[in-house]
Design a protein around this ligand. Structure first.
Ligand code: RTP
Ligand code: MG
Length: 142
């Protein structure tokens, strides 16, 4: 299977719950490696730019407010089939619909405060990784 990179964000609700370690542990146990990682407070501009594809959606302002409400942990995950594997580990956007044992089923509160973000396709993964990390900040272990 193809080695891929994907962008993961542990959102403010999960950081506030002290669930950072539990969530990263799930990625590692599933065979994904953390090859870049930082904790940041997103500015309104940075959050709006990140979710620009949703700018016309009714939930956009709430989404940006939520993503700027506290620190987030932004990571690059690398591994076989990393984009789909991360989405599988995350579970459905709405935690009520997320399969048991997924990150969102276990840690999310609502469709807004849903614990994690993961890139949804190779193109978005490439764009999102570059939105947060320079090449020098990514540390593949080979
Ligand atoms: P994400 O981008 O955060 O990984 O989530 P996703 O792909 O599962 O969902 P997406 O459709 O890209 O939506 C981005 C985020 O917007 C919020 N949302 N709220 N109230 C609503 O109907 C609604 N729909 C989406 C969620 O926080 C979602 O993660
Ligand atoms: Mg999305």
């Amino acid at each position: 299977m193809a080695q891929e990179r994907t962008l993961s964000i542990i959102k403010p609700d999960a950081v506030a719950k002290n669930a950072v370690g539990d969530i990263i542990s799930r990625f590692e146990k599933a065979g994904l490696q953390v090859v870049a990682c930082k904790m940041v407070n997103l500015s309104k501009d940075k959050a709006e730019g990140f979710y620009a594809e949703h700018s016309e959606r009714p939930f956009f302002n709430d989404l940006v407010s939520f993503m700027t409400s506290g620190p987030v942990v932004v990571q690059v995950l690398e591994g076989d089939n990393a984009i789909a594997k991360n989405r599988e580990l995350m579970g459905a956007t709405d935690p009520k619909k997320a399969e048991a044992g997924t990150i969102r089923a276990d840690f999310a509160t609502s469709i807004d405060a849903n614990a994690v973000h993961g890139s949804d396709a190779p193109e978005s993964a490439q764009r999102e990784v570059a939105y947060f990390f320079s090449d020098e900040e990514i540390c593949p272990r080979g």
